[in-house]
Each structure stands twice: as structure tokens, then as C-alpha cells.
Design a protein around this ligand. Structure first.
Ligand code: FEO
Length: 406
């Protein structure tokens, strides 16, 4: 029996499903007010937790089930659905799976469709019982009657269990976190391309960049499917999938650019003078610079610059013999994101002793980055340090040129 959406008028303020194609509806929720994700990632534009309802002639499937704080919006939108046969869980993280127990309460007839790894994670995270699961693997298909969901295993976008579902009758790829954007919007589709790409790049930088190798493989894998639309689990739907596919190709596979990521903090102005001096030297030589003040730092902005940067220079004053903690935090995070930058350096001011350069470069010990001579100044930068900063700018410009960074 199909779970057709009823025509009855919803109560005032209740959300209605939004039609994407015949029998395919958006039933997710925008979260305009969320300011931080994972208690870590700033969300300047909020986010959305997307969910989709697919009605076949025989069965109805819900793809993902939103973050629990927005479960009422999902339940509103599916309140007219008589029966849900399948809740497809593409990814076990709670911003997509957390609502599943609530949907199951309303629809105890539903089976939770997940791959074997996701099943164990959902059991760990949500305490779902064994009997609710229908396990699928690579290449399996679920027929809904005139509509089919084909499952594609895409590990590490964003966790090891993540998968996509392809609806061949409509050419829609449900990609979960991959191709997502933390962007709350009243628009269903990616119409403001610049704004969407900016949010998608920020999302890629923060969530996907450490897995660029597997993203390349996953892009190759999904490239075999005739995709006409991409429906991710955060942000707008791509009616023109080329927009985000090309961007991902560039972000994951493109060479580093003639750009220096320059996170910095200054306590009394000395390190700021060094930053200004280096910045001028780089700009004068045609090198682009992305400075990022980490005093109240937006780590998303830093992460975005690391998608493209050929070099990373950390500008840190010394506090108690080591780097300012905000810069240590920036360095730790940058190393975890595994950027494609090839060159690394440290600049900064100190008072009486400094292990700042060793400490910061040590964070990147496991990465293949060439460390360029750090420049440290006792107090204000004097002529010697200013000359050293200019030499560092010249070295970076030369290295970028030699490596063909454009
Ligand atoms: Fe949107 Fe990895 O969860």
C-alpha cells in the first residue's frame, strides 16, 4: 500500500512537502538559528537538514530523518502520509538519523534501510533494535513501484558508513553530506550560484577536505550514473548538477594556487607589523594572500583558504615560551584538514624566549610540507627581521612560480 500525501489542508503554520518531481518531495527543515556545528564549526548562514519522501506505486520511502531539534517540521510535512515502508539512512550522524526513532514511533511499520556499517552505528547511537533494519550493500536496489532506489557506497563522505542513493527514473542522486552546504534558505534550489558555492566551499573545507583522496574516488564512481539532479542532505538542491560536480573536481583535484593562507594573532602590535610586512612583500610579488585574524577567529574562513593555498604561514606571538594558543588551535585544525599546501612557515614576535616555530611546525610533522625559514622578532621587528620577512615573501613567490601555482 502506498503512503500518498493527503490533500487535506495542514494547520496554520505547518509545513507542507515541496514537490521536486512527481512522487518526489522535499520534507527537510532549515535551521536559521544554529550558530555552531559539532560545537566547533561556525555557521554564519545557519544550515538545513534535508529529508526527501519518495512515493512509488507500491511503497513509500523517506530518505533521512533530520536533526531531532527539527523533528516537528519533518513530522508536520509527513503528517498526511498513511504509511512509510522504508526510512533510508544514508549516514548515521545524528543530524540526519536523530529523527528516525520519532518517525518510527509514528510509523512502526517502517524498516530502516542501512548498510551493515551504518546499522551497527545506528544501533550504537540511537539504540535501534535489530528487527527494524533492512540491510543493503553496494549495487542493491529497492523497488517502490515505478521508482527505484539504487545504493552506492561512498565511504568517508563524511563517516566510513556513508552511502548515496540514486533514483534512475528521475536521475536524482541523494548524496547526503557530499555536495552539502551549511545554508538555511527559503529557496529549494541552488539559484544564487555564488552564495551557494561559497557555502558549499566552506562546507567542503570543514567537512570533506581531509578525505580528498576518497572524494576523488567517489566522484569517479558516481560519474558512472546519469545524474540530472543532486539532492544533498544540507543546503539547496542542484537542478544543475554540473555546478557542484565541477566545483568538487577543482577543490579535490585541482593544484594548489598562488595563494598564502595567513592566520594570525597580535597581542601588542609587533606580530601585526610582521604580518603587514610579509603581506606587502607577497602582494608586491603577485602572490595572493588570505589573512585570517584568529583573535575571534572564524575557522571556516581559514579552512576555505586552505582549499586552495599553496603555502601556509602561521603568525603567532609567543605566550609563556610557546605560540599563542589561538594559533596553536589554528595549526592543529589546519593539520587535521590535511590541506594541499606545499610550503609552511612561522613568523611572530617574542619577549625573552621562544619555541614557537618548533612547536607550530611540529604540528605538521606527518605532512609533506617544506618548512621555509621562520622569522621571529624580539619585540618589534627591526630592519633585520623586516629584511628576513621580505626574503620569506620572495622565497614563497619563487617556490610558487617553480611549482606552477597560478
Ligand atoms: Fe551532516 Fe556528517 O552529517
Amino acid at each position: 500500500m502506498s503512503g500518498k500525501i493527503s490533500n487535506s489542508r495542514p494547520p496554520c503554520g505547518a509545513r507542507k512537502p515541496r514537490k521536486i518531481r512527481d512522487g518526489v518531495f522535499y520534507v527537510g527543515a532549515a535551521d536559521w538559528d544554529r550558530a555552531l556545528f559539532d560545537a566547533l564549526i561556525p555557521l554564519p548562514d545557519g544550515t538545513s537538514y534535508n529529508a526527501y519522501l519518495i512515493e512509488g506505486s507500491e511503497k513509500t520511502a523517506l530518505i533521512d530523518a533530520v536533526e531531532p531539534r527539527k523533528i516537528e517540521e519533518l513530522l508536520d510535512q509527513i503528517s498526511g502520509v498513511n504509511r512509510i515502508d522504508y526510512i533510508v539512512s544514508l549516514h548515521a550522524e545524528q543530524d540526519h538519523s536523530g529523527g528516525i526513532p520519532h518517525v518510527l514511533e509514528r510509523h512502526p511499520e517502517a524498516k530502516v534501510v542501512a548498510n551493515a556499517k551504518a546499522k551497527t552505528m545506528l544501533q550504537d547511537l540511537l539504540a535501534l533494535p535489530e528487527e527494524v533494519f533492512l540491510t543493503v550493500k553496494e549495487g542493491d536496489a529497492l523497488s517502490l513501484g515505478g521508482k527505484t532506489l539504487e545504493f552506492i557506497m561512498t565511504p568517508w563522505v563524511h563517516w566510513p558508513e556513508t552511502m548515496c542513493a540514486f533514483l534512475p527514473e528521475e536521475g536524482i542522486l541523494f548524496s547526503c553530506d557530499m555536495f552539502g552546504a551549511h545554508l538555511a534558505s527559503s529557496e529549494l534550489y541552488a539559484t544564487d550560484r555564488g552564495r551557494v558555492l561559497e557555502a558549499a566551499k566552506r562546507y567542503y573545507a570543514e567537512i570533506m577536505m581531509p578525505f580528498a583522496n576518497v572524494i576523488r574516488k567517489n566522484l569517479e564512481k558516481i560519474g558512472r550514473f546519469p545524474i540530472q539532479m543532486i539532492a544533498p542532505s544540507h543546503g539547496p538542491v542542484y537542478a544543475d548538477p554540473g555546478l557542484i560536480l565541477e566545483a568538487y573536481g577543482e577543490w579535490a583535484s585541482g593544484p594548489p594556487k598562488n595563494l598564502v593562507a595567513l592566520p594570525y594573532v597580535s597581542m601588542h602590535g609587533s606580530t601585526q607589523q610582521m604580518v603587514d610586512c610579509l603581506l606587502a612583500g607577497l602582494v608586491n610579488r603577485g602572490v595572493r594572500v588570505a589573512p585570517c585574524n584568529m583573535e575571534n577567529g572564524d575557522i571556516g574562513k581559514l579552512a576555505m583558504s586552505l582549499v586552495d593555498a599553496g603555502s601556509l604561514v602561521l603568525a603567532a606571538p609567543t605566550v609563556l615560551g610557546g605560540p599563542h594558543p589561538n594559533l596553536f588551535y589554528a595549526a592543529f585544525l589546519a593539520a587535521q584538514l590535511r590541506p594541499k599546501a606545499k610550503f609552511l612557515s612561522v613568523i611572530g614576535s617574542y619577549g625573552w624566549q621562544a619555541k614557537t616555530a618548533e612547536t607550530l611546525t611540529g604540528v605538521f610533522a606527518s605532512q609533506k610540507m617544506e618548512v621555509l625559514e621562520p622569522v621571529l622578532a624580539k619585540g618589534l621587528p627591526k630592519a633585520a627581521e623586516r629584511e628576513a620577512l621580505d626574503r620569506l615573501a620572495a622565497t614563497i613567490a619563487e617556490k610558487h612560480r617553480e611549482n606552477g601555482f597560478a
